[in-house]
Design a protein around this ligand. Structure first.
Ligand SMILES: C[S@@+](CC[C@H](N)C(=O)[O-])C[C@H]1O[C@@H](n2cnc3c(N)ncnc32)[C@H](O)[C@@H]1O
Length: 322
């Protein structure tokens, strides 16, 4: 499918922070594990000819579009775009790019989580209730590793459906929606985004059907997280990235909802309490998009950026206390 594009969120805040300590006279390496439309990756490459990026994405459309752009911009081997789920990055990158570790590791690693505008804007991907499309929602639609939303909606038990709508969607009508799905699918398999939207719509009380948020928003979010196992992948990846940083290197993560942000915050806090690989959390509070950015791109409104730095030794907070 052709790539419909993506508006990069917190571009300058992320890149400025990750390059702050980069040496000006020798090569630095960055990892952008969520390449998407390449907004962050190319910003690193434009900032300094000595910057190199190792990027990943699992989405075939993003990879195809990215490889075409890399060719067009003639970046040579300064950028390598790897087709993988980023959960595999820590175990494969030392062998894939030994040059990074000959230099001590990455100067910066970035995760800009979730799906891109392309996913929401392309009807055929099934992420959005704005269009009628197949209930798919897999980022990596060429792999058998992930079930589609259609498989989940038509095979999970009522209890399992309710759990994911409650846990991943914080959906108040989860019980009613799960029950209605199970009744409807006995009559006919639920296969399209509009069929599911219609079911959810009728489970909402009449006075809440036409509010600011479409009744299907939470159910679609929950299904997307379940299909791509996004929270599990995130939890299994973050602390594995820290040993890939050189001393002074930084890890930046942009999240888009409270479930993701909680994982990032907790893993950062736990990492900062360990002594064997010392890190400092640089963002006591997350960095948020400016009012102007939210006006320019309303999808940025829920973004939160947290950053940590690998340090030589921890500052001893009690050093001067009696
Ligand atoms: C929010 S977009 C990134 C946009 C990018 N920073 C830009 O400015 O163009 C997230 C991208 O990460 C990819 N992605 C999400 N989770 C992934 C994972 N576990 N492994 C690999 N890629 C992933 C998605 O396919 C999507 O293209």
């Amino acid at each position: 499918m052709s790539y419909t594009g993506h508006y990069t969120v917190l571009k300058h805040e992320c890149v400025d922070s990750l390059i702050e300590k980069a040496p000006l006279d020798k090569k630095s390496y960055y990892a952008d594990l969520t390449f998407g439309g390449g907004g962050h990756t190319f910003e690193f490459l434009y900032r300094n000819p000595l910057f190199n990026v190792r990027s990943t994405d699992q989405d075939p459309d993003a990879l195809k579009n990215g490889n075409e752009r890399i060719q067009k911009e003639q970046m040579g081997d300064r950028i390598k775009l790897i087709d993988t789920n980023f959960v595999h990055f820590p175990s494969m990158i030392r062998e894939h790019s030994p040059e990074v570790f000959a230099d001590g590791g990455f100067q910066g690693i970035l995760l800009d989580l979730g799906v891109s505008s392309h996913h929401f804007d392309e009807a055929g991907r099934g992420f959005s209730f704005r269009f009628d499309g197949p209930l798919d929602m897999r980022m990596d639609y060429e792999s058998d590793e992930f079930q589609t939303a259609e498989e989940i909606v038509n095979t999970y038990s009522e209890e399992e459906l309710r759990r994911i709508f409650e846990e991943y969607g914080e959906e108040k009508n989860a019980r009613k929606i799960a029950a209605k799905i199970v009744t409807e699918r006995k009559e006919k398999r639920i296969s399209t985004t509009k069929e599911l939207e219609n079911i959810v719509f009728h489970c909402y009380p009449k006075e809440h059907r036409y509010g600011k948020t479409n009744p299907s928003t939470r159910v679609f979010q929950a299904l997307r997280l379940e299909v791509n196992r996004e929270l599990e992948v995130l939890s299994n990846t973050i602390d594995q990235l820290i040993p890939l940083l050189k001393v002074g290197g930084r890890l930046a993560i942009i999240s888009f909802h409270s479930l993701e942000d909680r994982i990032v915050k907790n893993v950062f806090r736990d990492a900062s309490q360990k002594t064997e690989l010392p890190v400092e959390v640089l963002t006591k509070k997350p960095i948020l998009p400016s009012e102007q950015e939210i006006l320019d791109n309303s999808r940025s409104r829920s973004a939160k950026l947290r950053i940590l730095e690998r340090v030589e030794t921890k500052k001893d907070k009690n050093k001067y206390k009696q």
